[in-house]
Design a binder for this molecule. Sequence first.
Ligand SMILES: Cc1ncc(COP(=O)(O)O)c(C=O)c1O
Length: 463
Amino acid sequence: MYSDLMLKTWLQEHTLQAQAVKDGPAFYRNLEQALDIRRADQGLMTAKPRWDQSVVDWTTSDFLSLNRSGRIREAFLEEIARHENFVLSASGSRVQYGNYPYINEVEREISTFFGAETAFITHTGFHANVNAVAAVPLPGDAILYDELVHASTHEGMKLSVAAHKISFRHNDVDSLYDALISLRDSHSAFKLGTQSILICVESIYSMKGDVCPIKAFIDISKELFPLGNAQFLIDEAHSVGVLGPNGRGLISMLGLENEIAIRIHMCSKALASTGGIILCNKTIRRVLIHRATYVSTSGAPSFPMVASMRAGIHLLMNGETKKAQDDIQNIAKYFFGTLISNPIWEEAVDEGLLTCPNSDDWEARPFLTHIAPIFTRPGHEKYLFFHLLLCNMNAYNISPPIIPKGTALVRFVFHAHNTREEVDATVAAICDWAREMLDIEKGKFESTLPSAARHVYALQAAM
Ligand SMILES: Cc1ncc(COP(=O)(O)O)c(C=O)c1O
């Protein structure tokens, strides 16, 4: 069973190493010592063995099931067949030989589909964020960012010459308002429009699965900066394929294409390939080419990569993914309905053991997202992860620093390929675990550890 392989690998990776390499070169011993600190608290990032389709998938980024079904592979091979004389490598950066006709053709097609003036392709979504955030703000400018933005935005900020890098509370209109007012009133250049502000947000947040109140954000930025020197960068990693007409994302769903300076889409998730797309106007595109060092000093994305991106975009364009988009909505509804109607779930919520904010009022929401975190007490997320894993279900446990200190969750990602039977079994497993934890808290058992955790720690002791 997958859990045996996964746990064996995970436990091996968590075996302390510094002592074993103490007589080797100090360079490596120092590195192993640093890793041992995370091994000791079982917080080491490890490369997990890949699982087969018998494992219930609450984890992968194959939201539309294009990878699992093989549909993206077929579309990719069809695209390759249409260009059988392709040249594999770009053989240069975009400012050199690497600006080849095919990549320009695909960018034009993508920009038309998403209703943007231009599109610019990067190797990954991570690169797209890093480069846009690093390159666009000028010296003296400001970056305001939602406190939960992705690591790639933070990496971009580290490289940026912006004078001000200020976070605001997650999805909080008042907090953004206060940050904008404070900039405007403390630096006349912002009021006069001679310095600019880039506001970085995401359509759907990857850990909480909640949606940015982008319309309200745009309204206040326009009200406070009527000269247009406050503009948005929105990361649509999680909304492309999942929201909007033909999966064009949140901004297209809301008809706000002309209100956003930079939209970033990723092909590594719902579109089942790889690569980033920066949707912007010609000015921003010129800035990226001129100021983003990764663009000028790195080989441009190669033909096979761009062809795989195009294959995914074509599936959106021709409507092939619409059913999968609806399937995600339906499985999300079924998950929440099943979860909240289970009496053990209700008791677990009342006792403060579990919560799932996205299940609150789910029936009243115009649409659901494909991400549902189940929050629990810090430390317990690992126990729930072990419990589900032993039931052959994969839903990852998440803890700080990926999420704020003092919080802990297990994240459920819904896919078109998830079934109602899988939901029934998973909700039953979550509630079995909750029952056990509630009984432990009431002192009904001698051990304070739930059975799945005891199993894992026994394996560890035997290693
Ligand atoms: C919100 C967000 N932005 C950016 C990225 C990076 O995208 P890519 O996988 O294309 O590098 C991710 C991927 O995890 C993400 O979740």
